[in-house]
Design a binder for this molecule. Sequence first.
Ligand code: ATP
Ligand code: CA
Ligand code: CA
Length: 433
Amino acid sequence: RVVVGTKVDQNHVNWVTAYNMLTGIRFTVSRTNAKMDRDLTDADFEAKHKFSFDITGNELTPSAKYDFKFKDYAPWVFRHLRSIFQLDPADYLMSLTSKYILSELGSPGKSGSFFYFSRDYKYIIKTIHHAEHKFLRKILREYYNHVQSNPNTLLSQFYGLHRVKIPYGRKIHFVVMNNLFPPHRDIHRTFDLKGSTIGRDFREEELEKNPRATLKDLNWLRRNLHLEFGPTKKKAFIEQMERDVKLLQRLKIMDYSLLVGIHDLERGNEENLRDKTLQVFQPGGDVADDPAQSNVLMRTPSKLENARKAKELRQMIKHQKPIPMDQTTSKMPDEMIEARKNFYFYNDDGGFRATHEDDSPGEEIYYLGIIDCLTHYSFIKRAEHFFKGMVNQESQISAIPPERYGDRFVRFISGITKTREAAEKEKADAENT
Ligand code: ATP
Ligand code: CA
Ligand code: CA
């Protein structure tokens, strides 16, 4: 969520791409959801469907604003995943087909991926490398099984896997996943934790220029912070993390991190920086980046209006009618969180609230999850290991084999999971001996 970048207008290549992404999702999701639900078959995990969109439209696809090709992967598996994560189909479409797309411009990571937010801030579209794409398809069944037996997983929730291509453009693979951060609360600090120390320091001086930057392991340790969970929450959190990491180890995945957004309840929403750090771009319209126009960005329709739109959408899905872009609207922020209420770690206003030693509520809400979990311990990583390994202690480098990466990750996160009282007591005990 760091941000601020170049202005994206209608002529920007990403604008067309984003528009096509949404058009493709809208079409394929409503197409799959229009059918009667059924059990998954082996073939569903391998499935891929190709669609050609053009200005005139044809018997298969409705007319679109641009010419592009769209590929939909394992649509039935993702339909079932969305259902396990309790997303309402109309709701999902409503978020992703909204007239406005919120975008975090540029790439927050080094990987070159782009991130787009849905209008209501609930979903993230992340462009991924071809290798990540192939890998997700390969592990899809294992991921699916894991999620089915661990609906409270901390791992990224994948809702769709697609590919888009504009004429003469390159193929762009992307996933749709949950945005861990809430639309209605300021996140006062963000950390991306891996349990490694090498290269895991965000330069504190930069923080002045960019107060919303994502900090890393060393910044966390320097601040002597903890994930303040009392006994009950701590147990649940660590157990789930261990189960999730076991899967990642088995699949030889590494380089993932625990993303932690901290909302300080005492500070509340005083700053409202969100409006300033995000730009909105509207397909068919102009970029709304001046304050007057960004009121549009924060305007939310009434509950009634939303309910009516959702009903209309359900009818359209049922009757397989094409859904126009502006046929949709976005939801109230508080309504948004509703769907996550049934999930243990997203249950306190969309997040997981700190507790004390006696399990009474604490002063922070944590918005957290394990992200970036599609990096296979491949040849490249092994090479990196080889080179870095010669100069650094293995326990400190980030490119160690998946087994050890996972163990170190769990050890680090477990180690920082303690209440204020417990941390103070530990400190006092240490001083007394
Ligand atoms: P790299 O491989 O260099 O780490 P990447 O392009 O794979 O980068 P990620 O590590 O997935 O990117 O994410 C980069 C940043 O984007 C995170 O540190 C976080 O700030 C934000 N981010 C990623 N996923 C989510 C999410 N699900 N919810 C909220 N923010 C996210
Ligand atoms: Ca990462
Ligand atoms: Ca990555």
